[in-house]
Write a protein that binds this ligand. Structure first.
Ligand code: IPM
Ligand code: MG
Length: 372
């Protein structure tokens, strides 16, 4: 049996609860997986000024894949206030470790399947099966941001600005700038990933989500490349939609959609909507996939108010583990885990609070494990 090294990154908050439940399922699957714990999360920000310590970065460099729970994030000022006294005033800036992992390991493909498992009381409509591909390293997540705006940049912006631009006559401390940076390479490869997936799994349609009518440079580039890439996949219907309009259309006619692909921020938004249509964040699973490494996670946050209560639904993380096994090539076991999860959902005997039940996080894990 092939063996794999897995970085095990529970993080904090309910990340710890859902990872424990997922481990029950993975252990029952009897694969040859070696789990190596990695420090990540709020505790390490407070103690070390780094929520993703270098030793964890090194760990990620030598594993086959990683499973990640959740971490608490707070706005910059609140984060600074929680540092241990000796780290305060050193100009440390909190940045989301998951965003850093995505960039540092070039995990460009954020894959978010959203499937309505039959009998889930939270389904918006039975039979939905959407897959979102989200570009994962660029766009407004590039991390190039200014507040206040430095003089050099302010003078360039002012010289380029149309006289009616709202910031044209302002001092640099009166506005802030976040740069949306989209590359040809980044845009093209995520669109290609979406079309390759459609081809491989016989999906009928790929919808490009954009706002190129207003955000002409970056979204325009994304759309232009998407149109080019689409030509190579004549058997897949190519479709385009503005990000605002698709929010309405997805709710109105969800069965008109199949595979969706979007730049980073729109993908973040669209994938939350699609997750809600199939049961909410307790069902939203996600892969951050690169050429060498992939990190799998539930899309929900750390829900600190539920931390340690074993209350939240672990299915999103269990499905993320299933995605991890698919990526490793253990597709038969992945399919078994999905079937076991679907069976528990359909039976309806074990349900966490979000599904209207009283079962605990671990009871859900055990019920799924028992069906393997
Ligand atoms: C997600 C989350 C993250 C994101 C946060 C936690 C930084 O919302 O994975 O969708 O914005 O990408
Ligand atoms: Mg999100």
């Amino acid at each position: 049996m092939k063996s794999y090294k897995i970085a095990w990154l529970p993080g904090d908050g309910v990340g710890i609860d859902v990872m424990e439940a997922t481990r029950i399922v993975l252990d029952a699957a009897k694969l040859n997986l070696e789990y190596i714990h990695g420090d990540i999360g709020w505790e390490f920000w407070c103690k070390e000024g780094d929520a993703l310590p270098q030793r964890t970065v090194e760990l990620l460099g030598r594993v086959d894949a990683a499973l990640f729970g959740a971490i608490t994030s707070k706005p910059v000022k609140a984060a600074e206030a929680e540092l241990v006294p000796e780290l305060k005033g050193k100009g440390l800036t909190y940045r989301s470790p998951i965003v850093r992992m995505r960039q540092q390991f070039d995990l460009y493909n954020c894959l978010r399947p959203c499937k309505a498992y039959p009998g889930n009381p939270l389904n918006y409509k039975e039979g939905l099966d959407l897959v979102v591909f989200r570009e994962n390293t660029e766009d407004l997540y590039a991390g190039v941001e200014f507040n206040p705006v430095p003089k050099e940049l302010a003078s360039v912006l002012t010289s380029l600005a149309k006289p009616f631009a709202p910031f044209a006559k302002l001092e640099g401390n009166q506005y802030a700038v976040s740069c949306k940076i989209n590359t040809r390479k980044g845009s093209e490869r995520i669109v290609r990933a979406a079309f390759d997936f459609a081809r491989k799994f016989g999906r009928k349609k790929v919808t490009i989500v954009h706002k190129a009518n207003v955000v002409r440079a970056t979204d325009g580039l994304f759309l232009e490349l998407a149109r080019e890439v689409a030509k190579g996949y004549p058997e897949v219907t190519f479709d385009e939609a503005n990000v605002d309009a698709i929010m309405m259309w997805l709710l109105k006619n969800p069965f008109n959609y199949d595979v969706l692909v979007a730049p980073n921020l729109y993908g973040d938004i669209v994938s939350d909507l699609c997750a809600q249509m199939v049961g909410g964040l307790g069902f939203g699973c996600s892969g951050n996939i690169g050429e060498k490494l992939a990190v799998f996670e539930p899309t929900h946050g750390s829900a600190p108010k539920y931390a340690g209560q074993y209350k939240v639904n672990p299915i999103a993380t269990i499905l993320a583990a299933k995605m991890m096994l698919d990526w490793l090539g253990e597709t038969a076991t992945a399919a078994k885990i999905e079937a076991a999860t679907a069976a528990v959902i359909k039976e309806g005997k074990v349900r966490t609070y979000d599904m209207g039940g009283t079962s605990t996080t671990l009871e859900m894990g055990k019920a799924i494990a028992a069906k393997l």
